[in-house]
Design a protein around this ligand. Structure first.
Ligand SMILES: Nc1ncnc2c1ncn2[C@@H]1O[C@H](COP(=O)(O)OP(=O)(O)O)[C@@H](O)[C@H]1O
Ligand SMILES: NC(=O)OP(=O)(O)O
Length: 314
């Protein structure tokens, strides 16, 4: 039997520490720690590919570009998405290569600018849900909405943010390259869920203004490369029922059917835990023997050994 193939989706806390400024320097410090965990997973013999979020980063790139538009033309949304992949991938490449080298491992780490096809009629385009960029007070947010026409929403009790369309990932354009690189290289791909593109009638692609959910894109990737494990890394060690209530109960493992029941009962917050559980369910039911794990970065290694996290299986 070959090595276990793992697609890792990195959550926000793998790139930025809560409450710290979203500077490149601060991100790199966090990425160095994150890279240590990924190097440990690689050292244990797992073959990995890395997906990551980009909500804060793409929002800030857009904002910077718009703010500078009096001196240089603003970048379109899809180009900002591509820039966020390069920016985050660059940090991961540099940090992970170093962490691997410390362990005596010479494995190439490469970031693939990755496009992901979405349906031009996806209902997500009519109902923006994906928060991007910095947080604002309610007052600031309402002013921005009135001035710029942006949709601004309250984000999980943390403040107000701009929200944009988040269509479902349909097809990874560069999938063949990921597969060719897999055996030799750790590939950072579908960053920020991938750059959303639509297919035109003449077969060409066109970037669209949206941000794909990275957990759903990582799931698409995991299915497409026939990974054994989809590992979604976030802030919490386990998925809970009655989250943050006195009767909170952390889950070690759930089946797909149990997950559906808990989703229906409303245990998972839309926009945070729900897409993760949905991605995990989709992967677990895609083929017999597939396993999805939701856990924290710090428990990633233990979770792969069945000693931490919440496992979702058929
Ligand atoms: N039922 C639940 N169990 C565990 N965490 C939950 C639950 N519902 C909501 N959450 C919250 O969802 C968060 C993960 O979502 P989010 O912060 O959007 O993810 P990301 O790590 O991808 O940035 C957790 O840190 C937790 O605060
Ligand atoms: N693209 C994406 O899902 O980003 P976040 O994880 O930052 O929301």
């Amino acid at each position: 039997m070959g090595a276990t193939k793992v697609v890792i989706a990195l959550g926000g806390n793998a790139l930025q520490e809560a409450g710290t400024p979203a500077t490149a320097e601060a991100q790199f410090e966090v990425v160095k720690k994150t890279a240590g965990y990924i190097a440990e997973i690689s050292e244990k013999g797992y073959e990995v590919a890395i997906a990551h979020g980009n909500g804060p980063q793409v929002g800030r790139i857009l904002l910077a570009s718009e703010t500078a538009s009096s001196v240089t033309p603003a970048m379109p949304f899809d180009v900002c998405g591509a820039m966020s992949q390069g920016y985050i991938g660059y940090h991961i490449q540099q940090a992970l290569k170093h962490e691997l080298a410390k362990k005596g491992k010479d494995i190439p780490v490469v970031t693939l600018v990755t496009q992901v096809v979405v349906d031009k009629d996806d209902p997500g385009f009519k109902n923006p849900t994906k928060p991007i960029g910095p947080f604002y007070s309610e007052e600031e947010a309402k002013k921005i909405a009135a001035e710029k026409g942006y949709v601004m929403k309250e984000d999980a009790g943390r403040g107000w943010r701009r929200v944009v369309a988040s269509p479902v990932p349909v097809k990874i354009v560069e999938l063949d390259s990921v597969k060719r690189l897999w055996d030799s290289t750790i590939v950072v791909t579908v960053g920020g869920g991938g750059i959303p593109v639509i297919e035109k009638e003449d077969g060409s692609l066109e970037g669209v203004a949206a941000v794909i959910d990275k957990d759903l894109a990582a799931e698409r990737l995991a299915e497409d490369v026939d990974a054994d494990v989809l590992m979604i890394l976030t802030e919490v060690e386990k998925v809970s029922i009655n989250y943050k209530k006195p009767n909170q109960q952390d889950l070690d493992s759930i089946t797909v059917d149990e997950a559906y029941k808990l989703i229906e009962e409303g245990h998972f917050a839309p926009g945070s835990m729900l897409p993760k559980v949905m991605a995990a369910v989709n992967f677990a039911k895609s083929k017999p023997g597939k396993k999805a794990i939701i856990t924290s970065l710090y428990n990633a290694v233990d979770a792969l050994e069945g000693k931490a996290g919440t496992a979702v299986t058929m």
